[in-house]
Design a protein around this ligand. Sequence first.
Ligand SMILES: NC(=O)C1=CN([C@@H]2O[C@H](COP(=O)(O)OP(=O)(O)OC[C@H]3O[C@@H](n4cnc5c(N)ncnc54)[C@H](OP(=O)(O)O)[C@@H]3O)[C@@H](O)[C@H]2O)C=CC1
Ligand SMILES: O=C1O[C@H](COP(=O)(O)O)[C@@H](O)[C@H](O)[C@H]1O
Length: 494
Amino acid sequence: MENKADFDYPHTFILLGASGDLAKKKIYPTIWYLYRDNVLPKNTKFVGYARTSQTVSEVREKCKKYIKVRPGEEDKYEEFWAANDYLAGAYDKRIDFEKLNQLICKNEKGIVANRIFYLAVPPTVFEDVTVNIKNSCVAIKGYTRVIIEKPFGRDDVSSDKLSNHLANLFKEEQIYRIDHYLGKEMVQNLMTIRFANQIFCPSWNRSNIASVLISFKEPFGTEGRGGYFDDFGMIRDVMQNHLLQILSLIAMEKPVSLHPNDIRDEKVKVLRHIPAIEMKDILVGQYVGNPNGNGEEKLGYLDDPTVPKGSVTPTYALAALWINNARWEGVPFILRCGKALNERKAEVRIQYKDVPGDIFGGNTKRNELVIRVQPGEALYLKMMSKSPGMKFDLVETELDLTYSMRYREADVPDAYERLILDVFTGTQMHFVRSDELKEAWRIFTPILQQLEENHVQPHPYVFGSRGPAAADGKLAEYNFKYSGSYKWQKPSIC
Ligand SMILES: NC(=O)C1=CN([C@@H]2O[C@H](COP(=O)(O)OP(=O)(O)OC[C@H]3O[C@@H](n4cnc5c(N)ncnc54)[C@H](OP(=O)(O)O)[C@@H]3O)[C@@H](O)[C@H]2O)C=CC1
Ligand SMILES: O=C1O[C@H](COP(=O)(O)O)[C@@H](O)[C@H](O)[C@H]1O
Protein backbone atom coordinates (compact mmCIF):
# COMPACT_ATOMS: atom_id res chain seq x y z
CA MET A 1 0.00 0.00 0.00
CA GLU A 2 1.36 3.44 -0.86
CA ASN A 3 0.16 4.80 2.45
CA LYS A 4 -2.01 3.10 5.04
CA ALA A 5 -3.92 6.34 5.60
CA ASP A 6 -5.06 6.06 1.96
CA PHE A 7 -7.80 3.75 3.18
CA ASP A 8 -9.36 6.59 5.18
CA TYR A 9 -9.85 8.76 2.13
CA PRO A 10 -12.86 8.58 -0.17
CA HIS A 11 -12.43 6.11 -3.01
CA THR A 12 -14.36 5.80 -6.23
CA PHE A 13 -14.32 2.64 -8.30
CA ILE A 14 -15.35 3.51 -11.84
CA LEU A 15 -16.41 0.64 -14.06
CA LEU A 16 -16.18 1.54 -17.74
CA GLY A 17 -18.14 -0.84 -19.90
CA ALA A 18 -20.67 -1.29 -17.09
CA SER A 19 -23.35 -2.57 -19.45
CA GLY A 20 -21.23 -5.46 -20.71
CA ASP A 21 -20.85 -9.15 -20.04
CA LEU A 22 -17.70 -8.98 -17.94
CA ALA A 23 -19.25 -6.24 -15.79
CA LYS A 24 -22.41 -8.13 -14.95
CA LYS A 25 -20.89 -11.60 -14.67
CA LYS A 26 -17.68 -10.79 -12.87
CA ILE A 27 -16.97 -7.22 -11.81
CA TYR A 28 -20.23 -6.20 -10.11
CA PRO A 29 -20.38 -9.52 -8.20
CA THR A 30 -16.74 -9.10 -7.18
CA ILE A 31 -17.13 -5.56 -5.87
CA TRP A 32 -20.23 -6.66 -3.98
CA TYR A 33 -18.30 -9.51 -2.28
CA LEU A 34 -15.50 -7.12 -1.34
CA TYR A 35 -18.02 -4.59 -0.04
CA ARG A 36 -19.94 -7.29 1.86
CA ASP A 37 -16.75 -8.53 3.52
CA ASN A 38 -15.85 -4.97 4.64
CA VAL A 39 -12.43 -5.10 3.04
CA LEU A 40 -12.78 -1.98 0.94
CA PRO A 41 -12.07 1.51 2.28
CA LYS A 42 -15.09 2.68 4.29
CA ASN A 43 -16.01 5.52 2.01
CA THR A 44 -16.03 3.75 -1.35
CA LYS A 45 -18.51 4.62 -4.07
CA PHE A 46 -19.01 2.85 -7.36
CA VAL A 47 -19.80 4.46 -10.68
CA GLY A 48 -20.82 2.51 -13.77
CA TYR A 49 -20.25 4.13 -17.15
CA ALA A 50 -21.23 2.87 -20.61
CA ARG A 51 -23.05 4.01 -23.74
CA THR A 52 -26.28 2.25 -22.79
CA SER A 53 -28.77 4.49 -21.07
CA GLN A 54 -29.92 2.68 -17.92
CA THR A 55 -30.52 3.20 -14.22
CA VAL A 56 -28.70 1.61 -11.30
CA SER A 57 -31.82 -0.52 -10.72
CA GLU A 58 -31.58 -1.84 -14.24
CA VAL A 59 -27.90 -2.66 -13.78
CA ARG A 60 -28.80 -4.40 -10.53
CA GLU A 61 -31.47 -6.44 -12.26
CA LYS A 62 -29.04 -7.58 -14.98
CA CYS A 63 -26.47 -8.67 -12.38
CA LYS A 64 -29.00 -10.55 -10.25
CA LYS A 65 -28.35 -13.93 -11.83
CA TYR A 66 -24.63 -13.72 -11.12
CA ILE A 67 -24.57 -12.28 -7.60
CA LYS A 68 -24.90 -14.38 -4.46
CA VAL A 69 -26.62 -12.78 -1.50
CA ARG A 70 -26.76 -15.02 1.55
CA PRO A 71 -29.56 -14.88 4.09
CA GLY A 72 -28.93 -12.03 6.50
CA GLU A 73 -27.03 -9.95 3.95
CA GLU A 74 -30.05 -8.19 2.49
CA ASP A 75 -29.52 -4.84 4.27
CA LYS A 76 -25.87 -4.75 3.33
CA TYR A 77 -26.84 -5.52 -0.24
CA GLU A 78 -29.22 -2.55 -0.31
CA GLU A 79 -26.42 -0.42 1.10
CA PHE A 80 -24.11 -1.61 -1.66
CA TRP A 81 -26.47 -0.58 -4.44
CA ALA A 82 -27.12 2.72 -2.68
CA ALA A 83 -23.36 3.36 -3.01
CA ASN A 84 -23.66 2.88 -6.79
CA ASP A 85 -24.20 5.46 -9.51
CA TYR A 86 -24.48 5.06 -13.24
CA LEU A 87 -23.84 7.47 -16.09
CA ALA A 88 -24.44 6.91 -19.78
CA GLY A 89 -21.91 8.48 -22.11
CA ALA A 90 -19.78 7.95 -25.18
CA TYR A 91 -16.27 6.59 -24.95
CA ASP A 92 -14.86 9.16 -27.37
CA LYS A 93 -16.44 12.38 -26.07
CA ARG A 94 -14.44 14.48 -23.68
CA ILE A 95 -17.58 16.30 -22.58
CA ASP A 96 -19.11 13.05 -21.36
CA PHE A 97 -16.02 12.29 -19.33
CA GLU A 98 -16.24 15.77 -17.83
CA LYS A 99 -19.74 14.83 -16.66
CA LEU A 100 -18.29 11.61 -15.28
CA ASN A 101 -15.73 13.65 -13.42
CA GLN A 102 -18.47 15.80 -11.87
CA LEU A 103 -20.29 12.70 -10.73
CA ILE A 104 -17.15 11.29 -9.13
CA CYS A 105 -16.44 14.64 -7.43
CA LYS A 106 -19.81 14.40 -5.64
CA ASN A 107 -18.32 11.76 -3.35
CA GLU A 108 -15.06 13.56 -2.79
CA LYS A 109 -15.95 16.81 -1.09
CA GLY A 110 -12.79 18.59 -2.19
CA ILE A 111 -10.36 16.60 -0.08
CA VAL A 112 -7.81 13.94 -0.97
CA ALA A 113 -9.62 11.19 -2.85
CA ASN A 114 -8.56 8.16 -4.83
CA ARG A 115 -9.91 6.83 -8.09
CA ILE A 116 -9.73 3.40 -9.67
CA PHE A 117 -10.84 2.96 -13.27
CA TYR A 118 -11.67 -0.55 -14.45
CA LEU A 119 -11.65 -0.82 -18.23
CA ALA A 120 -14.12 -3.58 -19.09
CA VAL A 121 -14.33 -2.23 -22.65
CA PRO A 122 -13.39 -3.68 -26.05
CA PRO A 123 -9.88 -2.96 -27.34
CA THR A 124 -11.34 -0.76 -30.11
CA VAL A 125 -12.27 2.02 -27.64
CA PHE A 126 -9.33 1.55 -25.38
CA GLU A 127 -7.27 4.48 -26.60
CA ASP A 128 -10.19 6.94 -26.52
CA VAL A 129 -11.18 5.90 -23.03
CA THR A 130 -7.69 6.21 -21.55
CA VAL A 131 -7.10 9.60 -23.19
CA ASN A 132 -10.42 10.85 -21.83
CA ILE A 133 -9.66 9.57 -18.34
CA LYS A 134 -6.34 11.36 -18.46
CA ASN A 135 -7.83 14.60 -19.78
CA SER A 136 -10.92 14.81 -17.62
CA CYS A 137 -11.03 12.34 -14.78
CA VAL A 138 -7.73 11.97 -12.95
CA ALA A 139 -7.73 12.61 -9.20
CA ILE A 140 -6.45 16.03 -8.26
CA LYS A 141 -5.22 14.95 -4.85
CA GLY A 142 -4.94 11.22 -4.33
CA TYR A 143 -4.10 8.40 -6.68
CA THR A 144 -5.54 7.38 -10.04
CA ARG A 145 -5.15 3.72 -10.95
CA VAL A 146 -6.23 2.05 -14.15
CA ILE A 147 -7.06 -1.65 -14.42
CA ILE A 148 -6.91 -3.13 -17.87
CA GLU A 149 -7.99 -6.50 -19.18
CA LYS A 150 -6.45 -8.53 -21.96
CA PRO A 151 -6.13 -8.57 -24.91
CA PHE A 152 -3.02 -6.43 -24.49
CA GLY A 153 -2.59 -6.28 -28.25
CA ARG A 154 -2.54 -9.20 -30.66
CA ASP A 155 1.18 -9.27 -31.49
CA ASP A 156 4.44 -7.52 -30.60
CA VAL A 157 3.73 -4.42 -32.70
CA SER A 158 0.18 -3.77 -31.51
CA SER A 159 1.13 -4.53 -27.91
CA ASP A 160 4.08 -2.09 -28.04
CA LYS A 161 1.77 0.54 -29.51
CA LEU A 162 -0.65 0.05 -26.62
CA SER A 163 2.14 0.07 -24.04
CA ASN A 164 3.57 3.29 -25.48
CA HIS A 165 0.13 4.86 -25.56
CA LEU A 166 -0.42 4.01 -21.89
CA ALA A 167 3.08 5.07 -20.90
CA ASN A 168 2.39 8.52 -22.37
CA LEU A 169 -0.65 8.88 -20.12
CA PHE A 170 0.14 7.04 -16.89
CA LYS A 171 3.12 5.88 -14.87
CA GLU A 172 3.70 2.13 -14.72
CA GLU A 173 2.75 2.22 -10.99
CA GLN A 174 -0.71 3.40 -12.04
CA ILE A 175 -1.33 0.60 -14.55
CA TYR A 176 -2.70 -2.74 -13.37
CA ARG A 177 -2.74 -5.28 -16.23
CA ILE A 178 -4.95 -8.15 -15.13
CA ASP A 179 -4.08 -11.73 -15.86
CA HIS A 180 -6.68 -13.35 -13.67
CA TYR A 181 -4.66 -16.57 -13.39
CA LEU A 182 -2.26 -14.63 -11.18
CA GLY A 183 -5.14 -14.26 -8.71
CA LYS A 184 -5.75 -18.01 -8.40
CA GLU A 185 -4.86 -19.67 -5.11
CA MET A 186 -2.48 -22.30 -6.46
CA VAL A 187 -0.78 -19.91 -8.84
CA GLN A 188 -0.11 -17.62 -5.90
CA ASN A 189 1.14 -20.68 -4.00
CA LEU A 190 3.84 -21.47 -6.57
CA MET A 191 6.44 -19.18 -5.04
CA THR A 192 5.77 -20.56 -1.56
CA ILE A 193 6.01 -24.15 -2.73
CA ARG A 194 9.29 -23.42 -4.42
CA PHE A 195 11.06 -21.03 -2.12
CA ALA A 196 9.76 -21.97 1.32
CA ASN A 197 10.60 -25.68 1.02
CA GLN A 198 14.18 -26.83 1.12
CA ILE A 199 13.01 -30.22 -0.17
CA PHE A 200 12.12 -28.75 -3.56
CA CYS A 201 14.73 -26.01 -4.03
CA PRO A 202 17.77 -28.24 -4.67
CA SER A 203 15.99 -30.57 -7.10
CA TRP A 204 14.31 -27.84 -9.14
CA ASN A 205 16.59 -28.03 -12.16
CA ARG A 206 17.76 -29.84 -15.29
CA SER A 207 19.67 -32.45 -13.29
CA ASN A 208 16.48 -33.81 -11.76
CA ILE A 209 13.50 -32.69 -13.81
CA ALA A 210 12.72 -34.35 -17.15
CA SER A 211 9.88 -32.10 -18.30
CA VAL A 212 7.22 -29.71 -17.10
CA LEU A 213 3.67 -29.89 -18.42
CA ILE A 214 1.30 -26.96 -17.89
CA SER A 215 -2.26 -27.65 -19.02
CA PHE A 216 -5.51 -25.77 -19.40
CA LYS A 217 -8.64 -27.64 -20.49
CA GLU A 218 -12.20 -26.46 -20.92
CA PRO A 219 -15.18 -28.71 -21.63
CA PHE A 220 -17.07 -26.13 -23.72
CA GLY A 221 -16.51 -24.53 -27.10
CA THR A 222 -16.77 -20.92 -28.17
CA GLU A 223 -20.57 -20.97 -27.88
CA GLY A 224 -21.59 -17.98 -29.94
CA ARG A 225 -18.40 -16.07 -29.04
CA GLY A 226 -16.74 -17.59 -32.09
CA GLY A 227 -16.61 -14.30 -33.95
CA TYR A 228 -14.56 -12.67 -31.19
CA PHE A 229 -12.49 -15.78 -30.53
CA ASP A 230 -11.62 -16.33 -34.17
CA ASP A 231 -9.62 -13.14 -34.30
CA PHE A 232 -7.44 -14.34 -31.42
CA GLY A 233 -7.37 -18.12 -31.17
CA MET A 234 -6.26 -20.35 -28.32
CA ILE A 235 -2.62 -19.29 -28.29
CA ARG A 236 -3.46 -15.63 -27.66
CA ASP A 237 -6.47 -16.43 -25.49
CA VAL A 238 -4.74 -18.60 -22.90
CA MET A 239 -1.22 -19.76 -23.78
CA GLN A 240 0.57 -16.45 -24.31
CA ASN A 241 -0.75 -15.07 -21.04
CA HIS A 242 -2.11 -17.46 -18.38
CA LEU A 243 0.16 -20.42 -19.17
CA LEU A 244 3.24 -18.32 -19.74
CA GLN A 245 2.68 -16.56 -16.41
CA ILE A 246 2.57 -19.95 -14.69
CA LEU A 247 5.71 -20.99 -16.53
CA SER A 248 7.61 -17.92 -15.37
CA LEU A 249 6.66 -18.50 -11.73
CA ILE A 250 7.82 -22.11 -11.98
CA ALA A 251 11.04 -21.39 -13.80
CA MET A 252 12.27 -18.04 -12.43
CA GLU A 253 15.14 -17.72 -9.98
CA LYS A 254 14.45 -16.78 -6.37
CA PRO A 255 13.71 -13.05 -6.22
CA VAL A 256 15.72 -10.78 -3.95
CA SER A 257 12.58 -10.13 -1.89
CA LEU A 258 8.81 -10.32 -2.17
CA HIS A 259 8.71 -6.78 -3.46
CA PRO A 260 6.56 -6.77 -6.65
CA ASN A 261 9.37 -5.40 -8.75
CA ASP A 262 11.90 -7.95 -7.49
CA ILE A 263 9.49 -10.72 -8.45
CA ARG A 264 8.71 -9.23 -11.81
CA ASP A 265 12.41 -8.65 -12.50
CA GLU A 266 12.97 -12.39 -12.12
CA LYS A 267 9.99 -13.24 -14.31
CA VAL A 268 11.29 -11.01 -17.06
CA LYS A 269 14.79 -12.46 -16.71
CA VAL A 270 13.66 -16.03 -17.22
CA LEU A 271 11.46 -15.05 -20.17
CA ARG A 272 14.48 -13.42 -21.80
CA HIS A 273 16.17 -16.84 -21.83
CA ILE A 274 13.35 -18.32 -23.93
CA PRO A 275 13.79 -18.15 -27.70
CA ALA A 276 10.77 -17.57 -29.95
CA ILE A 277 8.81 -20.78 -30.48
CA GLU A 278 9.70 -22.73 -33.60
CA MET A 279 7.28 -24.48 -35.91
CA LYS A 280 8.71 -27.92 -35.00
CA ASP A 281 7.69 -27.27 -31.40
CA ILE A 282 4.02 -26.54 -31.90
CA LEU A 283 0.89 -28.53 -32.66
CA VAL A 284 -2.46 -26.87 -33.21
CA GLY A 285 -5.95 -28.34 -33.24
CA GLN A 286 -9.55 -27.39 -33.89
CA TYR A 287 -12.62 -29.19 -32.57
CA VAL A 288 -15.15 -30.86 -34.81
CA GLY A 289 -18.72 -31.80 -33.98
CA ASN A 290 -19.73 -34.72 -31.89
CA PRO A 291 -23.21 -36.11 -32.66
CA ASN A 292 -23.37 -37.67 -29.21
CA GLY A 293 -21.33 -35.51 -26.86
CA ASN A 294 -22.56 -36.07 -23.34
CA GLY A 295 -25.93 -37.24 -24.57
CA GLU A 296 -26.52 -34.30 -26.91
CA GLU A 297 -25.17 -33.14 -30.22
CA LYS A 298 -22.14 -30.86 -29.91
CA LEU A 299 -21.36 -28.65 -32.86
CA GLY A 300 -17.88 -28.21 -34.26
CA TYR A 301 -16.02 -24.88 -34.24
CA LEU A 302 -16.74 -24.30 -37.92
CA ASP A 303 -20.45 -24.97 -37.37
CA ASP A 304 -20.68 -21.79 -35.26
CA PRO A 305 -22.32 -19.25 -37.59
CA THR A 306 -20.18 -16.44 -36.13
CA VAL A 307 -16.97 -18.21 -37.21
CA PRO A 308 -15.69 -17.39 -40.73
CA LYS A 309 -16.01 -20.31 -43.15
CA GLY A 310 -12.88 -22.43 -43.43
CA SER A 311 -11.20 -20.72 -40.47
CA VAL A 312 -7.95 -22.38 -39.35
CA THR A 313 -7.92 -20.65 -35.97
CA PRO A 314 -6.65 -23.05 -33.31
CA THR A 315 -8.98 -24.00 -30.47
CA TYR A 316 -6.21 -26.25 -29.13
CA ALA A 317 -2.46 -25.75 -28.97
CA LEU A 318 0.52 -27.59 -27.57
CA ALA A 319 3.93 -25.94 -27.61
CA ALA A 320 7.32 -26.75 -26.11
CA LEU A 321 9.30 -23.80 -24.79
CA TRP A 322 13.02 -24.01 -24.04
CA ILE A 323 14.78 -22.00 -21.37
CA ASN A 324 18.41 -21.57 -22.28
CA ASN A 325 19.89 -20.96 -18.87
CA ALA A 326 22.02 -22.94 -16.45
CA ARG A 327 19.01 -24.23 -14.52
CA TRP A 328 16.80 -25.38 -17.36
CA GLU A 329 18.73 -25.99 -20.58
CA GLY A 330 17.29 -29.05 -22.31
CA VAL A 331 14.15 -29.32 -20.16
CA PRO A 332 10.99 -28.93 -22.25
CA PHE A 333 8.28 -26.75 -20.76
CA ILE A 334 5.17 -28.02 -22.50
CA LEU A 335 2.21 -25.64 -22.61
CA ARG A 336 -1.07 -27.23 -23.62
CA CYS A 337 -4.52 -25.65 -23.80
CA GLY A 338 -7.80 -26.31 -25.48
CA LYS A 339 -11.52 -25.73 -25.62
CA ALA A 340 -14.24 -28.34 -26.11
CA LEU A 341 -12.22 -31.04 -24.36
CA ASN A 342 -13.27 -33.83 -21.99
CA GLU A 343 -12.96 -31.88 -18.73
CA ARG A 344 -12.27 -28.58 -16.99
CA LYS A 345 -8.78 -28.62 -15.59
CA ALA A 346 -5.76 -26.38 -15.08
CA GLU A 347 -2.68 -28.02 -13.64
CA VAL A 348 1.09 -28.23 -13.63
CA ARG A 349 3.01 -31.51 -13.73
CA ILE A 350 6.66 -31.40 -12.80
CA GLN A 351 7.96 -34.76 -13.95
CA TYR A 352 11.22 -35.92 -12.42
CA LYS A 353 13.76 -38.05 -14.29
CA ASP A 354 13.92 -41.83 -13.98
CA VAL A 355 15.83 -43.04 -10.94
CA PRO A 356 19.41 -43.82 -12.03
CA GLY A 357 20.99 -47.16 -11.13
CA ASP A 358 17.70 -49.00 -10.77
CA ILE A 359 17.68 -51.96 -8.35
CA PHE A 360 13.94 -52.68 -8.63
CA GLY A 361 13.87 -54.51 -11.93
CA GLY A 362 12.63 -51.52 -13.91
CA ASN A 363 9.44 -51.20 -11.90
CA THR A 364 9.98 -47.70 -10.60
CA LYS A 365 7.87 -44.93 -12.07
CA ARG A 366 8.84 -41.31 -12.28
CA ASN A 367 8.06 -38.94 -9.44
CA GLU A 368 5.58 -36.32 -10.47
CA LEU A 369 4.65 -33.22 -8.54
CA VAL A 370 1.15 -32.20 -9.56
CA ILE A 371 -0.14 -28.74 -8.75
CA ARG A 372 -3.84 -28.62 -9.54
CA VAL A 373 -4.98 -25.07 -10.02
CA GLN A 374 -8.60 -25.99 -10.67
CA PRO A 375 -11.04 -27.48 -10.05
CA GLY A 376 -10.36 -28.50 -6.43
CA GLU A 377 -7.00 -27.02 -5.49
CA ALA A 378 -4.49 -29.75 -4.67
CA LEU A 379 -0.80 -30.50 -4.55
CA TYR A 380 0.27 -34.10 -4.75
CA LEU A 381 3.57 -35.80 -5.21
CA LYS A 382 3.45 -39.14 -6.94
CA MET A 383 6.08 -41.44 -5.52
CA MET A 384 7.09 -45.06 -5.09
CA SER A 385 6.66 -46.91 -1.83
CA LYS A 386 6.90 -50.49 -0.61
CA SER A 387 3.52 -52.12 -0.82
CA PRO A 388 2.27 -52.58 2.72
CA GLY A 389 2.52 -56.13 4.04
CA MET A 390 4.81 -59.11 3.71
CA LYS A 391 5.70 -58.59 0.07
CA PHE A 392 8.58 -56.44 -1.09
CA ASP A 393 6.73 -55.07 -4.11
CA LEU A 394 6.62 -51.45 -5.20
CA VAL A 395 3.47 -49.37 -5.34
CA GLU A 396 2.86 -45.99 -6.88
CA THR A 397 1.34 -43.74 -4.27
CA GLU A 398 1.19 -40.07 -3.34
CA LEU A 399 1.80 -37.46 -0.70
CA ASP A 400 -1.41 -35.56 -0.97
CA LEU A 401 -2.38 -32.04 0.01
CA THR A 402 -5.96 -31.67 -1.09
CA TYR A 403 -7.32 -28.33 0.03
CA SER A 404 -10.87 -29.51 0.59
CA MET A 405 -9.57 -32.05 3.09
CA ARG A 406 -6.70 -30.21 4.74
CA TYR A 407 -8.30 -26.77 4.90
CA ARG A 408 -11.96 -27.57 5.33
CA GLU A 409 -12.85 -24.20 6.80
CA ALA A 410 -10.78 -22.13 4.40
CA ASP A 411 -12.60 -19.79 2.11
CA VAL A 412 -10.57 -19.56 -1.08
CA PRO A 413 -11.45 -16.23 -2.71
CA ASP A 414 -12.07 -15.84 -6.37
CA ALA A 415 -9.16 -14.53 -8.44
CA TYR A 416 -10.91 -11.25 -9.25
CA GLU A 417 -11.61 -10.54 -5.57
CA ARG A 418 -7.95 -10.79 -4.69
CA LEU A 419 -6.80 -8.78 -7.67
CA ILE A 420 -9.27 -5.92 -7.31
CA LEU A 421 -8.44 -5.67 -3.62
CA ASP A 422 -4.75 -5.56 -4.56
CA VAL A 423 -5.47 -2.49 -6.66
CA PHE A 424 -7.05 -0.75 -3.68
CA THR A 425 -4.04 -1.61 -1.52
CA GLY A 426 -1.60 -0.71 -4.27
CA THR A 427 0.27 -3.99 -4.64
CA GLN A 428 1.34 -4.88 -8.16
CA MET A 429 2.86 -8.26 -7.31
CA HIS A 430 0.14 -10.14 -9.18
CA PHE A 431 -0.11 -7.85 -12.21
CA VAL A 432 1.73 -7.93 -15.50
CA ARG A 433 4.46 -5.36 -16.03
CA SER A 434 5.02 -3.89 -19.50
CA ASP A 435 8.43 -5.54 -19.96
CA GLU A 436 6.94 -8.96 -19.15
CA LEU A 437 4.35 -8.37 -21.81
CA LYS A 438 7.00 -7.39 -24.32
CA GLU A 439 8.91 -10.62 -23.72
CA ALA A 440 5.72 -12.68 -23.97
CA TRP A 441 4.96 -11.24 -27.40
CA ARG A 442 8.58 -11.69 -28.53
CA ILE A 443 8.25 -15.41 -27.77
CA PHE A 444 4.85 -15.86 -29.45
CA THR A 445 4.58 -13.37 -32.33
CA PRO A 446 6.77 -15.21 -34.89
CA ILE A 447 4.93 -18.51 -34.50
CA LEU A 448 1.53 -16.80 -34.66
CA GLN A 449 2.60 -15.09 -37.88
CA GLN A 450 3.85 -18.32 -39.40
CA LEU A 451 0.69 -20.20 -38.50
CA GLU A 452 -1.48 -17.45 -39.95
CA GLU A 453 0.54 -16.62 -43.06
CA ASN A 454 0.93 -20.28 -43.99
CA HIS A 455 -2.68 -21.02 -43.19
CA VAL A 456 -1.53 -24.06 -41.19
CA GLN A 457 -4.33 -26.62 -40.96
CA PRO A 458 -5.13 -27.54 -37.36
CA HIS A 459 -5.46 -31.21 -36.34
CA PRO A 460 -9.14 -32.03 -35.92
CA TYR A 461 -10.34 -33.41 -32.58
CA VAL A 462 -13.79 -34.42 -31.49
CA PHE A 463 -15.72 -32.16 -29.11
CA GLY A 464 -15.43 -33.78 -25.67
CA SER A 465 -12.24 -35.74 -26.40
CA ARG A 466 -8.75 -35.24 -24.86
CA GLY A 467 -7.62 -33.31 -27.91
CA PRO A 468 -5.86 -34.25 -31.16
CA ALA A 469 -4.52 -37.79 -31.18
CA ALA A 470 -1.07 -36.52 -32.19
CA ALA A 471 -0.72 -34.48 -29.00
CA ASP A 472 0.14 -37.46 -26.79
CA GLY A 473 2.89 -38.43 -29.25
CA LYS A 474 4.28 -34.91 -28.85
CA LEU A 475 4.28 -35.28 -25.06
CA ALA A 476 6.37 -38.43 -25.35
CA GLU A 477 8.70 -36.63 -27.77
CA TYR A 478 9.25 -33.99 -25.08
CA ASN A 479 10.20 -36.50 -22.42
CA PHE A 480 6.87 -36.50 -20.62
CA LYS A 481 6.17 -40.16 -19.80
CA TYR A 482 2.62 -41.28 -19.17
CA SER A 483 2.51 -44.81 -17.84
CA GLY A 484 -1.20 -45.11 -17.13
CA SER A 485 -0.36 -47.28 -14.12
CA TYR A 486 -1.01 -44.76 -11.34
CA LYS A 487 -4.17 -45.36 -9.35
CA TRP A 488 -5.55 -42.92 -6.84
CA GLN A 489 -7.79 -44.09 -4.06
CA LYS A 490 -10.20 -41.30 -3.58
CA PRO A 491 -10.76 -40.71 0.15
CA SER A 492 -14.47 -40.95 0.94
CA ILE A 493 -14.52 -37.39 2.29
CA CYS A 494 -13.32 -35.80 -0.99
N1 LIG B 1 -5.69 -34.72 -4.03
C1 LIG B 1 -6.37 -35.11 -5.05
O1 LIG B 1 -7.46 -34.62 -5.32
C2 LIG B 1 -5.75 -36.14 -5.87
C3 LIG B 1 -6.43 -36.53 -6.97
N2 LIG B 1 -5.91 -37.47 -7.77
C4 LIG B 1 -6.72 -37.82 -8.92
O2 LIG B 1 -6.39 -39.10 -9.33
C5 LIG B 1 -6.55 -39.19 -10.74
C6 LIG B 1 -5.30 -39.71 -11.37
O3 LIG B 1 -4.19 -38.90 -10.98
P1 LIG B 1 -3.22 -38.31 -12.07
O4 LIG B 1 -2.05 -37.66 -11.48
O5 LIG B 1 -4.00 -37.44 -12.94
O6 LIG B 1 -2.78 -39.67 -12.73
P2 LIG B 1 -2.23 -40.08 -14.13
O7 LIG B 1 -0.77 -40.04 -14.13
O8 LIG B 1 -2.89 -41.37 -14.46
O9 LIG B 1 -2.68 -38.96 -15.15
C7 LIG B 1 -3.95 -38.99 -15.61
C8 LIG B 1 -4.00 -37.98 -16.70
O10 LIG B 1 -3.07 -38.35 -17.71
C9 LIG B 1 -3.55 -37.93 -18.94
N3 LIG B 1 -3.51 -39.02 -19.91
C10 LIG B 1 -4.44 -39.96 -20.14
N4 LIG B 1 -4.04 -40.74 -21.16
C11 LIG B 1 -2.85 -40.31 -21.56
C12 LIG B 1 -1.94 -40.70 -22.56
N5 LIG B 1 -2.19 -41.74 -23.35
N6 LIG B 1 -0.80 -40.01 -22.70
C13 LIG B 1 -0.53 -38.98 -21.92
N7 LIG B 1 -1.36 -38.54 -20.95
C14 LIG B 1 -2.50 -39.21 -20.77
C15 LIG B 1 -4.96 -37.44 -18.72
O11 LIG B 1 -4.92 -36.04 -18.66
P3 LIG B 1 -4.94 -35.15 -19.97
O12 LIG B 1 -6.16 -35.47 -20.70
O13 LIG B 1 -4.94 -33.80 -19.36
O14 LIG B 1 -3.72 -35.44 -20.73
C16 LIG B 1 -5.32 -37.96 -17.37
O15 LIG B 1 -6.18 -37.14 -16.67
C17 LIG B 1 -6.87 -37.81 -11.22
O16 LIG B 1 -8.24 -37.69 -11.40
C18 LIG B 1 -6.42 -36.94 -10.09
O17 LIG B 1 -7.12 -35.74 -10.03
C19 LIG B 1 -4.71 -38.01 -7.52
C20 LIG B 1 -3.99 -37.64 -6.42
C21 LIG B 1 -4.48 -36.70 -5.49
O1 LIG C 1 -8.95 -15.56 -20.06
C1 LIG C 1 -9.69 -16.49 -20.32
O2 LIG C 1 -9.94 -17.42 -19.35
C2 LIG C 1 -11.12 -18.18 -19.38
C3 LIG C 1 -10.93 -19.30 -18.37
O3 LIG C 1 -10.83 -18.77 -17.08
P1 LIG C 1 -11.12 -19.67 -15.83
O4 LIG C 1 -10.81 -18.81 -14.67
O5 LIG C 1 -12.57 -20.08 -15.91
O6 LIG C 1 -10.24 -20.86 -15.94
C4 LIG C 1 -11.40 -18.71 -20.77
O7 LIG C 1 -12.67 -19.34 -20.80
C5 LIG C 1 -11.42 -17.55 -21.76
O8 LIG C 1 -11.56 -18.05 -23.07
C6 LIG C 1 -10.13 -16.78 -21.68
O9 LIG C 1 -10.22 -15.59 -22.46
